[in-house]
Design a protein around this ligand. Sequence first.
Ligand SMILES: [Zn+2]
Length: 74
Amino acid sequence: MDQMLLLVLALAVAIGVAALALSRSRRNTAVREAGPADAPLAVSTEGMKICPRCAMGNLWTARTCSACGNALKG
Ligand SMILES: [Zn+2]
């Protein structure tokens, strides 16, 4: 009877670890698909679009950077 309980417990732990590993690998995949990791700035924040080239804050409606004319994402 104790062995059965231990087996169920071990199985539950194994499933928990597997689920954790799966969610971690999924998160890594999502980060990889999000785009190049070399951009340290978010595309937009607080109603502003940040220029990826010069880090100038632009209005969220702007399509190009007001400082350098670079095309803005989003
Ligand atoms: Zn710019």
